[in-house]
Every structure is written in C-alpha cells, then in structure tokens.
Design a protein around this ligand. Structure first.
Ligand code: ZN
Ligand code: ZN
Length: 379
C-alpha cells in the first residue's frame, strides 16, 4: 500500500479515537447552555431559585470539567532508563536458548540496576515487555492502544482517549464523583419542569383550572406562560418547542448518566479503598509467594492518602497530589499468622488445581499449573 494512503488511514484512526472525547465535550457544552438558558433563565421564575441553581450547577460543572480535562491531558509517568534493556542485553535475550536462561538474564539486569520489582510472571520470572524492551515496574502493563507501557495501568478509557493510570487516577475518580453529583442535581432540578411541560395535568391528578398562572399567589415557581395552554395538544403552546425539548433531553440525559456513573464511581471507590486497579481486580498480581489481590492494600486510610495526598484540603481539588513515583509500591506485611485471607486463597488454589499424592513442587507450581506465556504482557 502506498505510504500516502497508509498515512491517511493512520490519521483517520487517530481522528476516530477522539470521537468519544468530542461527544463528551459536546454533551458538556450543550448541557451548560440548556441548563443555564433554557431551564434557569427561561423557565424558572423565583430569583432566589435561579441564583442558587446557577451557583451549585456551575461549581459542580467547573470541577467536573476540570477533572475531565486533567484526566485527558495528564501525561503518563516516565519509566526511568534503568528499566530499559541495553542493546547488548537484548541481543543476549534474543539468543537465549530456554525460558530459564531468559529469566536468568532478566534477573541479572534487575540485580545490576537495583530495580524495585516484586511482581512476577506466571512462571515466576521477571516481567518484561518485548515491545518497549524494558523490565516492567510493578503494576505496570503494556497498553496496546496507547502503544506503551503504562505505570499502574487501571484500564484504557475511550472516553478520554487515554489510559487511566498512576498519574491521572485521582482526576478520573474526581471526574466520576463530580459528574455523578452534577447529573443528579440537574436531573432533580429539571424533573418538576419536565412534568409540567410533558405530562398532562390530568394524568397527574391535577385540575387544569387550579394550575398556577402568572397572576396567581402560589409560592411555587411558575413559568412565564400558561401551562394549561402549553399542555394542550393543539400546538398552540406558548412554550417554544425548543425549550420543551431541551428540558426533556436534559432530564433524560442527566438521569441516565447519573445512574450509569453512580455504579462506576462506587466501583472505583471500592477499588481505591482496597488499593487495587481494575486490571488487578480481574487478575490478582502475582507476587513471589503467589497471586495476592491485596498485595498493595495498606489499609483504607493509607490507601486514600497514597492516591489523594496528605493534605485533606486538596483531596477534592483536581490538582496532582498523588504520592510516590508509580515505579514501586509499599507491600502489605507478607504472609503471617494474621493473613488468613491470603492463606485461604492459596489453599483454595492448591486444592483446586493440584492432584492428590503429588510430590513437592516449586513455589509457583504450588498455586496451580503454570501456563507458559507471561499472562500479563499486554492489555
Ligand atoms: Zn510495553
Ligand atoms: Zn492506553
């Protein structure tokens, strides 16, 4: 294929990857316009209500958008040069006649460069990325979409066209939290107007003649137009159709988003309290003593501090306060008398995978049959 058409296809693919981001930004922009103008300025009557809604909405909106932009734009953490293999080592690795030899070469590099790696492959070897030609730091995975090894990779998110990883995880969690609060607020404040504009009063058990009008003395907020007329089906409504549709979409989009984002937000709160990434929740990290989904769990308080930093004032502000370098992580105390959960897990693995009357095995084979491939090389 000619180089020019290859370049065009590459550009097209790159542009396609940004489409979800464009959709998200469009929803954000339209949402601000529809809420501010169509709901607050055109439909609400009470000044106090207008001011309160605008203040709360804009605070949540600014923080949600700020978190979103931070999630998109924060670069991945850099992996130091000492994790990369030199051309000589790569050559030796390519020549290695067995997996054992290969592991020995990698173990030599780890020792020589004093690399802080505790995670292992299924076969007990050092984790290595052939594409990036480096020894993977703990919790680092290769993202096939970004094309690089990403520190503490959580998952690749198409909605930000980026990986959620060590450097932007705080922003991602804040984005979910603020978006959930924003959508919930918008859905709650839009709901009464959705009912007024779209549900006939008869179906709500309301007598049309009792509906508030612009001269009434009711304390409920009233729009500037006659609701009875507006709800009639003869198309003579004084409420512009555009306003009615903006309110309708505002209510449904915010309602559905708040529902969907709530689950994701709760799941990530659970993960961060347990110091676990999404990938690790599906496949526990393999440590020298076996798989341990709680290997990095230092307790809820410490886990929170690790992600959000020591200053609680900055926890909810989308600025970078995450602790550490992303290259190495404190491990919880290793298997001891109190570590019943890990012990039980290892026992379960052994009972499940190991046939009876088998002789003594290597530490990794005690956990189960050893697949030959690395098992965590690429996501
Ligand atoms: Zn890689
Ligand atoms: Zn990625």
């Amino acid at each position: 294929m000619p180089k020019k058409s290859l370049g065009c296809i590459g550009l097209l693919i790159a542009a396609t990857k940004w489409l979800p981001v464009l959709v998200t930004c469009t929803i954000f922009t339209w949402g601000w316009y529809a809420y501010t103008f169509q709901l607050v300025l055109f439909s609400m009557e009470l000044l106090v209500q207008k001011i309160l809604c605008l203040i709360i909405f804009n605070i949540l909106y600014i923080f949600a958008l700020w978190s979103y932009l931070q999630t998109i734009s924060t670069p991945h953490g850099r992996i130091p040069i000492k994790f990369f293999l030199t051309p000589e080592i790569s050559e030796e690795l390519a020549k290695a006649s067995s997996d054992q030899k290969r592991d020995d070469i990698l173990a030599y590099v780890v020792k020589r460069n004093d690399l802080p790696v505790s995670c292992r492959t299924y076969s007990g070897g050092i984790r290595y990325c052939e594409k990036c030609n480096l020894i993977k730091p703990d919790r680092c995975h290769h993202c096939s979409i970004c094309g690089i090894c990403v520190l503490k990779m959580d998952h690749h998110c198409p909605w930000i066209n980026n990986c959620v990883s060590f450097t932007n995880y705080k922003f991602f969690v804040l984005f979910l939290g603020y978006t959930f609060a924003l959508c919930l607020f918008v859905a709650a404040t839009t709901f009464p107007y959705f009912l007024r504009f779209w549900i006939p009063p008869e179906s709500l058990g309301i007598d049309k003649s009792n509906l508030p009008n612009s001269n009434g003395t009711d304390t409920m907020p009233k729009p500037n137009y006659d609701i009875g007329q507006m709800l009639s089906n003869n198309g003579e409504s004084s409420v512009p159709f555009s306003t009615k549709f903006h309110i309708l979409f505002l209510f449904f989009v915010s309602g559905m988003l708040s529902f969907g984002v709530m689950f994701l937000f709760c799941y990530h709160i659970f993960l961060l309290l347990n110091n676990r990434s999404t990938l690790e929740s599906f496949r526990p990290p393999l440590m020298t003593y076996g798989p341990d989904k709680n290997a990095f769990n230092l307790g809820r308080r410490e886990n929170l501090m690790q992600l959000f930093g020591r200053s609680k004032l900055l926890w909810l502000v989308p600025i970078y306060t995450t602790e550490g370098s992303g290259l190495s992580y404190d491990l919880r105390p290793q298997l001891g008398n109190a570590d019943e959960e890990v012990r039980q897990e290892l026992l379960n693995h052994r009972n499940h995978n190991q046939p009876p009357n088998q002789g003594p095995q290597q530490p990794y084979s005690a956990i189960g049959p050893i697949p030959r491939n690395d098992g965590d090389t690429e996501v």
